[in-house]
Design a protein around this ligand. Structure first.
Ligand code: ZN
Length: 437
């Protein structure tokens, strides 16, 4: 079936490799929910997708929360009595617990140990930890590194600052034919972690770039925000924009080889939920549909009861279900160009559906219109490949009461969406349907 697909004229393989390249560029940066690593990340995204970069001052009240102090870090290490750096922030930014207070002290191993975090069952991996809302400090290291630490006096340095500053986020609006919006949201607050964080970031960047070169029906608002506090801040400061959001997707964990997982919006039957399920079913791709739950990513805020926005979350293997999650093994080897490309393709297919899905009104609803006199009835009898098209016309006419979308009709009739869409276009051309506003 021919339709204007967002995939048209797109070299998916090239896009997949460019996404992975961008991911590798962003990987070494030490990001957090505020600070210069986040700014540097947004500036690099800005080279591919022009962003409006917002700076929200520390102390700004956002619903029940307050924008925190800004955290920046220059260096951190643990030195033994010989002056050797046994743990070095320069070799992995995961070594420092995110939002650690500044420290410069000498201490014994037993005192230091209270601030060390490891994964004993994965002795080579470094865990990822944060302490955003409680003043503390700590180091994360592999369990093997911990085992090598001798009873010694250590010099412990975290050269960080926690000061009044800003929360930074990036936003891009791709204007469509109508002002109603599709919200795409991703978190950009994790340091060197790929599937959780950077896969969604690079996909959102490329989607924005592709959409800005097309003429989409919906306007697309793309948010690059620190998790939780970022979506709360955006919702608090943009209340007038919320009524325009017709659909939304949170993108995360989209570069690993696992099958797709779609977490439905809180509404459960929103158009985005319906389109996502239709796409995953018709692509015959292994997948799992999860009902909404109030834990996960920023869909928790968009789907809080005061907003209840139609926002779902697309992932491959979800948070917490792959062993590399929140560890140093969530690196550019876990996320591949191939799976980033596959995720991009599937998201574009969903956007194709949602862009084309409309509701119509039958202008001749009392009995069937006379299709023959309009040249729309081609029944010859016996073998007739036009029969399916006839049935599609009858389904669209019968269900176009302003209540059923084309996708509702496709689901009900078990006919292909694009066949139903073509039938609707033909009927509209003959004045038998008018689109609903
Ligand atoms: Zn995470």
């Amino acid at each position: 079936m021919n339709h204007n697909s967002l995939k048209e004229n797109l070299d998916l393989n090239q896009a997949a490799h460019e996404m992975h390249d961008l991911l590798c560029t962003l990987y070494p940066i030490c990001r957090s929910i505020t600070g210069n690593g986040l700014r540097e990340t947004l500036n690099l995204i800005n080279n591919r997708l022009p962003l409006q970069i917002h700076e929200i001052p520390t102390g700004t009240r956002v619903f029940d929360w307050t924008v925190p102090r800004e955290w920046n870090i220059r260096d951190a290490y643990i030195k033994d009595s010989q002056g050797k750096r046994v743990i070095d922030f320069c070799s992995s930014n995961l070594h420092v617990v995110g939002y650690s207070m500044p420290v410069h002290r000498k201490m014994s191993l037993s005192e230091l140990q209270k601030h060390l975090y490891t994964l004993p069952h994965r002795p080579d991996w470094i865990p990822y930890r944060t302490t955003y809302y409680q003043e503390d400090w700590g180091f994360c290291l592999s369990h093997n590194q911990l085992m090598e630490l001798k009873d010694d006096e250590y010099e412990v340095v975290i050269d960080s600052s926690l000061e009044n500053g800003h929360l930074t986020y990036g936003e891009c609006l791709v204007q469509g034919s109508i002002d109603q919006e599709f919200l795409i949201s991703c978190h950009v607050c994790h340091p060197s972690l790929c599937n959780d964080n950077l896969s969604g970031t690079v996909l959102a960047t490329f989607l924005g770039n592709i959409l800005s070169r097309r003429s989409p029906y919906y306007s697309y608002r793309i948010l690059f925000i620190p998790g939780t506090i970022g979506s709360i801040t955006w919702l608090a400061l943009n209340r007038e924009k919320i009524a325009s959001i017709r659909h939304g997707l949170v993108l995360a964990c989209l570069g690993d080889p696992g099958p797709f997982t779609y977490k439905k919006s809180r509404q459960g039957n929103a158009e985005i939920d319906q389109c996502m399920m239709y796409m995953l079913n018709t692509q015959n791709t292994d997948h799992e549909i999860m009902d909404f739950s109030p834990y996960g990513y920023d869909e928790r805020q968009y789907c809080s009861p005061g907003f209840n926005l139609p926002v779902g979350c697309l992932m491959r293997t979800p948070y917490g279900r792959y062993p590399e999650y929140h560890t140093s093994k969530d690196n550019p080897d876990l996320v591949t160009a191939e799976y980033l490309g596959d995720s991009l393709e599937k998201i574009l297919l969903v956007l194709d559906l949602i862009e084309a899905n409309r509701k119509y009104l039958n202008t001749n609803p009392e009995c069937e219109p006379h299709l023959g006199k309009r040249g729309l009835y081609k029944y010859i009898g016996g073998q007739n490949e036009g029969l399916v098209d006839q049935i599609a016309l009858l389904w669209v006419l019968n269900q176009s009461d302003g209540m059923h979308s084309l996708l509702d009709i496709a689901d009900k009739s078990c006919l292909d969406f694009w066949l139903i869409r073509d039938a609707a276009h033909l009927l509209e051309k003959h004045g038998l349907l008018i689109p609903c506003a």
